[in-house]
Design a protein around this ligand. Structure first.
Ligand SMILES: [Zn+2]
Ligand SMILES: [Zn+2]
Ligand SMILES: [Zn+2]
Length: 308
């Protein structure tokens, strides 16, 4: 490659506007399409969204409402719709708040309330409680986020399940409804607002994990001692700690490791030596630990309690 000594350096500053492209007057980014073309401003989507969420008292006329405009090119103070010469309807037909309209002359919060009332309150088994949930969901900082969250069929099934009473409004009810992020999100909203008591999530996940782990062990002579060890050594201790307000994240992690290694070692003992936890000897534990990865040492907690 040869370098042309007369080559001009690349121009500094903003890149030139390409044919057909437009530049937002607030953020100066180039967009193929601008969201609004106001008398003093041409805004991209993101700047329009920010402008319509700016509320306060207009420094020019004293109007208290949405302040999407700017005083002038050199004065960035936000000003109201009429002082900025912005025409069009920006007032919600239901709550009369000024701002961005979401649908049919209604703001996002009022549109969300309509949708959720249809979905959850009308015909509900407990309309008062469902009404409280709707009020909570509509009270979030960004109702648009709940509008997009509830588009998911999983969320709709969850909300209608709660409304119809098929999903009890309890931690167990939500556990049975599924282990997914939609359920977790709803659970945390309900906990935060006092409709569900706060619970120790790592401990709850541990209990659910333990139940499936035990179910998956087909050999009764392996399952019984693992269940005894997991319940008496780990679960009771975790519950005690949880009551005293300590986080269960670290302890549940190490409990899982010890239980996993105990299952593996007892399965090996059964298949290789045809012995069980009751007839397991210290040398079996030593042999198991010596012939595998270092994680096998986790079985020593079980060994120290149940093997003589
Ligand atoms: Zn912009
Ligand atoms: Zn004004
Ligand atoms: Zn409204």
């Amino acid at each position: 490659m040869t370098i042309d000594p007369n080559r001009r350096p690349a121009p500094r500053g903003r890149p030139p506007v390409r044919d057909g492209a437009l530049r937002c007057t607030r953020c100066h980014r180039i967009a193929n399409q601008l969201r609004v073309n106001w008398p003093a401003d041409q805004l991209c989507n993101s700047c329009f969204y920010t402008a319509m969420r700016t509320h306060g008292v207009c420094p020019i006329c004293g109007h208290n409402g949405v302040l999407p405009g700017r005083a002038n090119r050199t004065d960035p103070r936000p000003i109201c719709l009429s002082c900025a010469g912005i025409s069009g309807n920006y007032r919600c037909a239901t709550c009369h708040t000024e701002g961005q309209l979401y649908r049919d002359g209604h703001c996002a919060r009022c549109a969300l309330r309509d949708d959720l009332t249809d979905l959850m309150v009308d015909g509900a088994a407990d309309p008062v409680t469902m009404g409280t949930i709707v009020t909570i969901l509509c009270g979030v900082d960004r109702p648009e986020s709940i509008l997009s969250w509830k588009r998911s069929p999983t969320v709709r099934a969850l909300l209608t399940g709660l409304a119809g009473g098929d999903i009890p409004l309890t931690h167990d009810g939500l556990d049975a409804a599924g282990q997914n992020r939609q359920v977790s999100h709803l659970r945390s909203i309900l906990e935060h607002n006092g409709l569900l008591r706060q619970r120790d999530e790592p401990l709850a996940r541990f209990q659910s994990w333990l139940a499936s782990k035990l179910d998956a062990i087909c050999e009764p002579s392996v399952q019984a001692p693992v269940e005894q060890f997991a319940t008496w050594h780990h679960l009771h201790r975790l519950r005690r700690k949880s009551k005293s307000g300590q986080t269960s994240h670290g302890p549940t992690h190490s409990a899982r490791q010890e239980i996993n290694e105990t299952v593996k070692s007892l399965t090996w003992l059964h298949e290789t030596h045809h012995r069980t936890a009751a007839t397991c000897r210290q040398q079996d534990i030593d042999e198991w630990v010596a012939t595998g990865p270092t994680t096998r040492t986790k079985v020593r907690t079980f060994g120290s309690r149940y093997v003589t």
